[in-house]
Design a binder for this molecule. Structure first.
Ligand code: NAI
Length: 271
């Protein structure tokens, strides 16, 4: 059994998955949600999964009150993407957990350094961004903010590896890594569709069969939610207003240098 006691706040789509993955990998987990019915429905989903995997529910407890987190070592916050809501939660949480309890946010879009402002001891605050569905997707983006210390980052990395997921470290920039790269590509697929480049089926098939995507960009957009895609695209556009579709100067530099990829044995990587 892992010794850290994990608290998860928010028993929705992401929080229930995060809690389950931690429990499945031997962590004691306390799951808190403001709403009893959200907690009940998460409990039902988790029970169904854990019994299938013949793991026990003994590792988990369910609460509607934040004071259940008094003794946890790490808290992962997965409440809705609402800035005021998150800030007021952290202020209250700071009065409940120990001063050395690590506090992580699963935020998709808010700067970690900004969220950290309402945490007492912001050096123990970090972004830990799981992908949806949590059980299935191996990646977890880890985002240190301006104040995050080394111990917090190391604890996050250890947690991610013990739940058998892969951590990548992103700096605190909009979209982090996955959304920064993925969402503009999806956006381009919509532009291509609108321009009559090809049918939606052929655009998806092209990237599935021609670029080994498990799911074409338009299907993937439907899965993520088109509203979510647009919100992220708008965030990126606000952050990088003029950089959208201009050929990257770094790409031009590689080409000018004759470093063309595998065929010249040197591109971004060496071969
Ligand atoms: P959700 O709406 O499914 O779940 C949020 C839960 O938080 C609800 O059960 C709600 O009752 C509870 N809650 C609200 N305020 C609370 C409070 N003050 N204290 C305790 N519980 C509270 O949301 P979802 O989709 O799970 O998203 C959670 C976070 O994860 C957001 O920050 C979102 O941006 C991020 N995220 C979402 C992804 C997705 O695909 N849905 C992917 C990656 C990150």
């Amino acid at each position: 059994m892992n010794t850290l006691h994990i608290g998860v706040i928010g028993a929705g789509q992401m929080g229930a998955g995060i809690a389950m993955v931690c429990a499945l990998n031997g962590y004691r987990v306390t799951l808190v949600d403001a709403l009893q019915n959200a907690l009940d429905s998460a409990k039902n989903r988790i029970t169904a999964h854990l019994s299938k995997l013949s793991a026990s529910m003994d590792m988990m407890s369910f609460h509607t009150d934040l004071t259940a987190l008094t003794n946890v070592d790490v808290v992962i916050e997965a409440i809705p993407e609402n800035l005021d809501l998150k800030h007021s939660l952290y202020a209250r949480l700071s009065t409940i957990v120990r001063l050395d309890t690590i506090i992580a946010s699963n935020t998709s879009s808010f700067p970690i350094s900004d969220l950290a402002k309402s945490v007492t001891n912001p050096e123990r605050f970090i972004g830990i961004h799981f992908m949806n569905p949590v059980l299935k997707m191996d990646l977890v983006e880890t985002i240190p903010g301006a104040d995050t210390n080394e111990h917090t980052l190391e604890t996050a990395k250890t947690l991610i590896s013990t739940i058998k997921k892969t951590a990548v470290i992103s700096t605190d920039q909009p979209g982090f890594i996955v959304n920064r790269l993925l969402i503009p590509m999806i956006n381009q697929a919509f532009i291509a569709l609108e321009n009559g480049l090809a049918s939606k089926e052929d655009i998806d098939t092209a990237l599935e069969k021609g670029a080994a995507f498990p799911m074409g960009p338009l299907k993937l957009a439907d899965f993520i939610g088109l509203d979510t895609c647009l919100a992220i695209m708008e965030t990126l556009h606000n952050a990088f207003p003029n950089s959208g579709y201009i050929p990257a100067s770094l790409l031009k530099k590689y080409v000018q240098n004759g470093t063309l990829g595998r065929k010249t044995k040197q591109g971004v990587y060496s071969y």
